[in-house]
Design a protein around this ligand. Structure first.
Ligand SMILES: Cc1cc2nc3c(=O)[nH]c(=O)nc-3n(C[C@H](O)[C@H](O)[C@H](O)COP(=O)(O)O)c2cc1C
Length: 175
């Protein structure tokens, strides 16, 4: 079995693009990319001891309530109050710091809190330096809980940000 499970959703957007980039940089032979769907279960995640999660923040309000759900909408409730003992994980989060400066990459924080509450060892935290935003649930103790990526406004920074982050991941995952 491949060493790292990279769970992400949705397909066909920036999240999938960055998931693919990360997989290529880590070596595709090491990474199983798993698109999260309605049928993804906790047991699918627990098949891996090393995990990477790709989550965009899509703030839902009355205007887009009818939007199609992504795999994360189904998976998040299944992760609440569950155990992830002996797993190590890292999160990258897609967001838009210009249009959503008050909620920049919030979903990273929601996910991180659940994983840590279930005893997953979370690695790959990032400094807020170089990002412009006013508020983020993805920041805990003045540090991003994972890697924020803003493909909408700062796509030119993505490659460097991913490379720097993967340095930490390689060392923490002992690759
Ligand atoms: C309806 C909608 C709401 C969004 N809300 C937020 C938000 O609250 N915070 C944020 O950082 N980005 C927000 N974004 C930006 C997305 O996270 C960003 O465009 C991301 O790259 C989308 O990933 P995808 O292409 O994989 O779907 C929103 C985008 C849309 C379309």
């Amino acid at each position: 079995m491949k060493k790292i499970g990279l769970f992400y959703a949705p397909a066909n957007g920036a999240t999938e693009r960055i998931a693919q980039m990360i997989s290529e940089k880590l070596g595709e032979e090491n990474v199983e990319m798993v698109l999260i769907t309605e049928s993804t279960e906790l047991k699918d995640i627990l098949e891996y001891k090393k995990l990477i999660f790709g989550v965009p923040t899509i703030k839902v309000d009355d205007l887009n309530e009818g939007d199609e759900k992504t795999g994360w909408d189904y998976l998040i409730p299944k992760l609440d109050h569950r155990r992830f003992d002996k797993t190590i994980g890292a999160i990258f989060g897609l967001g838009n710091s210009v249009d959503y400066p008050e909620n920049f990459v919030d979903s990273m924080g929601t996910l991180a809190r659940m994983l840590v509450a279930g005893s997953m060892k979370l690695v790959g935290k990032c400094s807020t330096e170089g990002y412009e935003f006013t508020n983020s649930a993805g920041v805990i103790n003045e540090t991003f809980v994972g890697l924020p990526i803003d493909e909408d406004n700062e796509a030119e920074k993505t490659d460097g940000r991913v490379d720097e982050w993967l340095e930490k991941i390689r060392s923490n995952f002992k690759l």
